[in-house]
Design a protein around this ligand. Structure first.
Ligand SMILES: NC(=O)c1ccc[n+]([C@@H]2O[C@H](COP(=O)([O-])OP(=O)(O)OC[C@H]3O[C@@H](n4cnc5c(N)ncnc54)[C@H](OP(=O)(O)O)[C@@H]3O)[C@@H](O)[C@H]2O)c1
Length: 344
């Protein structure tokens, strides 16, 4: 059984990683179609050892396509995902357009796989925000054992989270600083080279940013609506890999040793936690990896049943493309999707 898969946003950061991961994991494809805007029509992208010519989304007919992985931003998704879903093609969407829709499941396969069955309502499945995906992978196994009451998280998010323009801006600004050239600010709100910016996405009325709100709403939707969470999201001059300093208050006692043992066995998690120089993960080492890495696990005696830890993952993989491909795998494993075209 194999599936015709369309990758929308195939020329972007997430789309390119999507093509890599579909190939690496041997997802059963009969055909892969690379789609982007008309600007990229005819350009080439790699899928394993093959080269695909990019087609324009608005000229493509989805009627014989089984799965569409969509990574072209919220506005494109709002316009296209419902139309594609109505053509009987299951959309796995990376944008925030449908994440909070009651009729659209928001899925991290290690966390809430059973919620996927809801997808038939709109034929759309949402992928969470990159910073939430890695957080819930690390929180879920601890929540199952000791019940989380409250989480305080500060993020250190890489520029690739802002797309290829974000990566270009860090590169160009860094070069400009070294050659004493003028530093132009276009994509971010302040200079990102040799700086950090405590602002991701738009400001809301309560002073939080939309990125911070997403972490709250998505953790509640996927893990447990009773969990209280507060976040500060910060952009840092790192190309790939989001880091998070996480403080957790539990209902029940849990020691750092217990947490370490639980996380060592948990799906998608990798514990790297030695109390010595370099005995922890940094975002540089997480790039290109599938795992959510957890380091610096320690008890926080300033609250009852408190733990602190450091959580790092490749935002383009677990934070986006890998999670989307895992969702597609889950559809196939559970027999929730059948190819439209039967193999000859
Ligand atoms: N980066 C992350 O860590 C991350 C994590 C989770 C979710 N996401 C989400 O994934 C999506 C893509 O992010 P990204 O980082 O890959 O952005 P990106 O590098 O800027 O790529 C954007 C892609 O969207 C395509 N596109 C733009 N307008 C289009 C249109 N009108 N029709 C068809 N295709 C269009 C672009 O094609 P052209 O080359 O033709 O312009 C490009 O392929 C966003 O919704 C983002 O929020 C990103």
């Amino acid at each position: 059984m194999s599936f015709k898969v369309a990758v929308v946003g195939a020329t972007g950061n997430v789309g390119r990683e999507m093509l890599n991961i579909l190939d690496e994991r041997g997802f059963p494809v009969s055909e892969v179609v690379a789609l982007a805007s008309r600007r990229s029509q005819g350009t080439e992208v790699s899928f394993g050892d093959r080269t695909l010519k990019v087609k324009a989304l608005d000229q493509y007919d989805f009627s014989d396509t089984d799965i569409c992985v969509m990574s072209a931003g919220g506005n494109v998704s709002k316009e296209w995902s419902p139309k594609i879903g109505k053509q009987g093609c299951v959309v796995i969407d990376n944008s925030s357009a449908f994440r909070y829709d009651q009729d659209v499941p928001l899925i991290v396969p290690e966390v809430n796989p059973d919620a996927i069955s809801l997808f038939t309502r709109k034929n759309i499945i949402a992928n969470p925000n990159c910073s939430t995906a890695q957080l819930v992978v690390a929180l879920k196994p601890l929540h199952d054992v000791a019940t989380i009451k409250r989480v305080v998280v500060a993020t250190y998010q890489s520029v690739s989270g802002a797309g290829k323009e974000g990566m270009d801006e860090l590169f160009t600004q860094t070069r400009a600083v070294f050659v004493a050239d003028q530093v132009d600010v276009k994509k971010f709100t302040k200079r990102i080279a040799f700086n950090v910016i405590p602002h991701i996405d738009v400001f809301l009325d309560d002073g939080f940013t939309k990125e911070e709100w997403k972490m709250v709403a998505e953790t509640k939707k996927m893990l447990d609506p009773k969990i209280k969470l507060t976040a500060t999201c910060v952009r840092v001059p790192v190309f790939i890999g989001h880091s998070e300093a996480v403080n957790i208050e539990f209902e029940k006692p849990i020691s750092a040793d217990e947490a370490r043992d639980i996380l060592r066995e948990a799906p998608g998690c990798q514990v790297l936690d030695k109390r010595e120089n370099g005995g922890y993960i940094t975002p540089l080492e997480s790039a290109g990896e599938d795992a959510t890495f957890i380091s610096r696990i320690r008890e926080d005696s300033t609250v009852d049943n408190g733990l602190s830890m450091w959580v790092v993952s490749d935002n383009l993989r677990k934070g986006a493309a890998l999670n989307a491909v895992q969702i597609a795998e889950l559809l196939v494993e559970r027999g929730l999707i059948q190819p439209k075209k039967k193999a000859a």
